[in-house]
Design a protein around this ligand. Structure first.
Ligand code: SF4
Length: 311
C-alpha cells in the first residue's frame, strides 16, 4: 500500500474531491487534502485517472507504507490522547490585560459656588464619597467578568472555543485515520463521533450564571485594598476667583482624587492576581477531571470496537 501525496502546486479546483471522494476531501480551511490514513496501490483505476487529470500535476504516490505500522502509530496517538486534558495555572492566567480598571465617573471641578475654600473641599469630598467611592465593587467586578468570559469560558462551554470541543477534534482525527486504515464499513457508524463534555454539574451552572468567578471574587481584591475615603481628602483641591461684587468665591477640583482611587483599585486587582488564579484553577480542575473521565469511557468503547476488528 502506498501513501497518496498532494503537493503545494494544488490550486484547490476540487476535481479530485468530486471524482474520488474515497481518497480526497476538503478540510476546514477549504483546502484539498488526502483523507487521513487512506492508502492505495498503484493499480486503482479511478485514482490513476484523477492523477492524470489534475490540472497542475499535484497528485502522486508516495512511498510504500506498512499498514500495521501505520495502525500502531495511530493507536499510540490514541493512547496518549486518552490520558485527557490537563489544565495548568498558566492556561488560566489572570494577565495584566484583566487588571485594567476603567475610568470612574467624572467629577472634575465644580462651579465657583462656595464661600470658603474649606466649604469647597467639603463639597468635593461629598461628591467623591457619593459618586466615585460606591463604584469600587463594580469596577472590580468588570475586571473579573472580563477574565471569566475570555479565559474561563472555554472550560464551561460547548462551542468552537471550548477546550473540550478542540480536544474532541484531535481525537476525531486519530479515530478517522484508524477507521480509514481498518475500513469504515467494518466499524460502528458512530466510531468517529466524539461528543464528550464534563458533567453539567453545579460548578458549570454557577459559572454560566456568573455566580462564581464573579461577585464572590470581589472579596479577594478587597483584601488588597485597605483605603478609606479620608485617604483621598488631601487630593481634593480648591480654586478661587473674585466675583462682580468683589467677593472671593471658591470651587473644588476632585478629579485627581478620583484618578488616584482608580489607580489604587487597579493595583489591588493586580496584587490579587495570584489568589484569583488559585481559586479559578480549583473550579476548573473539577470540570476537566469530569471531562477526562467521560473521555476515557468513550475511548474504551472505541478501542473495544477496533480490537474486535483486529482479532
Ligand atoms: S485536482 Fe489537483 S489541483 Fe484540483 S484540488 Fe485536486 S490536487 Fe488540487
Amino acid at each position: 500500500m502506498k501513501q497518496i501525496i498532494i503537493n503545494e502546486k494544488c490550486n484547490g479546483c476540487g476535481m479530485c474531491v468530486v471524482k474520488c471522494p474515497k481518497y480526497f476531501e476538503e478540510n476546514d480551511d477549504g483546502n484539498t487534502q488526502v483523507i487521513k490514513g487512506v492508502l492505495s496501490d498503484e493499480t486503482d483505476k479511478a485514482l490513476n485517472e484523477v492523477i492524470a487529470q489534475c490540472p497542475v500535476n499535484a497528485i502522486s504516490f508516495g512511498g510504500s507504507v506498512d499498514k500495521s505500522k501505520l495502525m500502531q502509530q495511530e493507536l499510540d496517538k490514541l493512547k496518549e490522547l486518552s490520558k485527557g486534558l490537563t489544565v495548568k495555572r498558566e492556561d488560566i492566567a489572570f494577565t495584566d490585560n484583566y487588571c485594567v480598571v476603567t475610568t470612574f465617573p467624572y467629577i472634575g471641578s465644580s462651579g465657583y459656588n462656595y464661600s470658603s475654600s474649606s466649604a469647597a473641599e467639603r463639597a468635593g469630598m461629598s461628591e467623591f464619597r457619593n459618586r466615585a467611592w460606591p463604584c469600587i465593587d463594580d469596577k472590580i467586578l468588570d475586571c473579573i467578568t472580563t477574565y471569566r468570559v475570555n479565559i474561563i469560558k472555554p472550560y464551561y462551554s460547548t462551542d468552537e472555543r471550548s477546550v473540550y470541543t478542540k480536544f474532541n477534534k484531535k481525537v476525531v482525527d486519530v479515530l478517522t485515520a484508524l477507521a480509514n486504515i481498518v475500513g469504515k464499513s467494518n466499524l460502528p457508524s458512530d466510531f468517529c463521533n466524539v461528543d464528550v463534555y464534563p458533567e453539567r454539574d453545579m460548578v458549570w451552572k454557577m459559572l454560566e450564571k456568573g455566580e462564581i468567578i464573579g461577585e464572590n471574587f470581589i472579596g479577594i481584591v478587597r483584601r488588597e485594598f485597605s483605603y478609606s475615603p479620608s485617604n483621598y481628602e488631601s487630593s481634593i483641591d480648591w480654586d478661587d476667583m473674585e466675583d462682580y461684587r468683589g467677593k472671593d468665591k471658591y470651587c473644588y477640583r476632585a478629579q485627581d482624587a478620583v484618578e488616584e482611587l482608580r489607580r489604587d483599585v487597579q493595583n489591588a486587582v493586580r496584587w490579587a492576581k495570584s489568589d484569583i488564579e488559585d481559586s479559578s484553577l480549583g473550579y476548573i480542575r473539577g470540570l476537566v477531571d469530569s471531562y477526562n473521565k467521560n473521555l476515557k469511557a468513550c475511548l474504551e468503547k472505541k478501542m473495544q470496537a477496533i480490537t474486535k476488528k483486529l482479532i
